[in-house]
Design a protein around this ligand. Structure first.
Ligand code: AMP
Ligand code: MG
Length: 415
């Protein structure tokens, strides 16, 4: 077994994945989904419209007008938002207009209601017959012109980008009621070990509760995928195999297991996968979580995470999250940056020892006067889940580094 760098292991795994197929969904189901085709805009706004409540006017009518020298205009129309005015504004004329209403022909500016003598602004108030204007306007003032935000033909959203709330708004603005997106990847989860009890079961001597199913399910959901939860399999080849088969039959895009991939006497995952697939065992130069299994079973990719709860968590973040992003339609380059996107630079508040592996240490990162600073949350044993519960970040100590002094700068992942 060779010792692989974290980067190498990540890259090898990612290179084996392609996005799942796409589907067309109603817009209100698209939050977080990855866009399958770029969106080309029409002109936005669609038509010239008013950005203020006031009066549409001919700007040149108001040249030299001021509080001391007002000018009275004839109000010939009332244009609420949502109407399509047919009037034409001539010299000495105006139309009352509301924000978002189309600018009528002939008008080239809007004077705000505040700059007139018309101060009846409540709902239901009829337009006046005449209005006295106290201020000059530039041609174009308070008008949002057609295409001023976006020009027709511009790409406003790109294939491969996850949709955020504001993106959904943009799709609505453009009338895209049904959107081509990648479907959610399906990740099957299996916890293995004779010692594992479900959370409902009373504790028995020598047993522990299956922790990883809950942590990993939540991580998968948070990453935008669906979970096929297979539950606990005891350390028996036939039962583990039955679980794997069920996952494949349910259409899993990825099989994820925790535990059973070290060299223990009861670690059967490897044997199961090899009954109908291939498996590589890697020693990754990282802490926690050195043993990592990667392969495929019945043509479905498989990642075997270590069993210790903190190792399983870190292993997911380092290796599985990028895969789920890739499966869900994110580009390979961008998925490889999944980790970097959450990185910040922090200063150590205490000296830190490491063992030369790339280490992910649980820490609290806080904003201090001089910037972000970090301290560890207790002992770094890979079974110590509380230290992860109390952490809001993982410090990343690079490979080859064995100690860092107070004040040293390191990368941290905000959790
Ligand atoms: P293994 O990889 O099977 O050697 O397991 C490593 C450690 O992780 C052992 O202490 C297991 O009891 C523990 N472990 C394995 N699976 C789970 C799980 N699902 N939840 C909590 N701890 C686990
Ligand atoms: Mg075990």
């Amino acid at each position: 077994m060779t010792l692989l760098s974290v980067r190498m292991a990540q890259a090898r795994i990612l290179s084996r994945f392609q996005p799942v197929e796409t589907e067309t969904l109603p817009l209100n189901q698209c939050m977080g989904r990855v866009l399958a085709a770029s969106i080309i805009s029409s002109d936005l706004p669609f038509f010239d419209n008013s950005s203020a409540d006031g009066f549409a006017v001919v700007a040149s009518d108001l040249a030299g007008v001021s509080e001391a020298k007002p000018r009275t205009l004839q109000v010939i129309a009332d244009i609420p938002a949502g109407t399509d005015p047919s009037v034409k504004i001539g010299r000495g004329e105006a139309a009352r207009i509301m924000t978002g209403a189309p600018i009528p022909a002939g008008a080239d500016a809007v004077i705000m209601v505040e700059d007139t003598d018309f101060d009846h602004r409540g709902p239901g108030v009829e337009a006046p017959k005449q209005v006295k204007v106290m201020k000059a306007v530039r041609s174009g003032e308070n008008i949002r012109t057609r295409g001023m935000d976006v020009r027709k033909g511009e790409k406003v959203l790109l294939a491969g980008q996850p949709l955020r709330p504001q993106d959904l708004g943009m799709l609505a603005m453009l009338g895209v009621a049904n959107v081509d997106v990648f479907r959610k990847p399906r990740a099957a989860l299996i916890s293995s070990g004779d010692e594992l009890l479900s959370v409902e079961a009373p504790l028995e001597a020598g047993k522990i509760r299956d922790t990883n199913t809950y942590t990993l399910s939540a991580l998968i959901l948070e990453a935008g995928s669906e979970v096929i939860s297979l539950g606990i399999a005891p350390d028996r080849l036939d039962v583990i195999k039955a679980h794997f088969d069920r996952a494949v039959d349910l259409g899993a895009d990825l099989l994820v297991s925790s535990a059973g991939v070290s060299v223990g006497a009861h670690d059967f995952i490897k044997d199961v996968v090899e009954t109908d697939g291939t498996l590589d065992f890697w020693r990754v130069n990282m802490r926690p979580g050195k043993p990592l299994a990667f392969g495929e079973y019945r043509r479905v990719p498989f990642v075997g995470l270590p069993g210790n709860p903190v190792s399983a968590f870190v292993g997911f973040e380092v290796f599985v999250r990028p895969v789920l992003e890739r499966l869900g339609g994110i580009s390979a380059e961008e998925a490889a940056r999944a980790a970097d996107r959450r990185k910040v630079r922090v200063e150590l508040e205490e000296a830190v020892e490491s063992d030369g592996r790339e280490s992910y240490l649980r820490a609290v990162v806080e904003q201090r006067a001089g910037g972000l600073s970090a301290r560890l949350t207790g002992h770094q044993g890979s079974g110590n889940l509380l230290s992860l519960v109390q952490a809001n970040a993982l410090l990343i100590i690079p490979a080859g580094v064995k100690s860092l002094a107070i004040g040293a700068q390191v990368d941290a992942w905000i959790l």
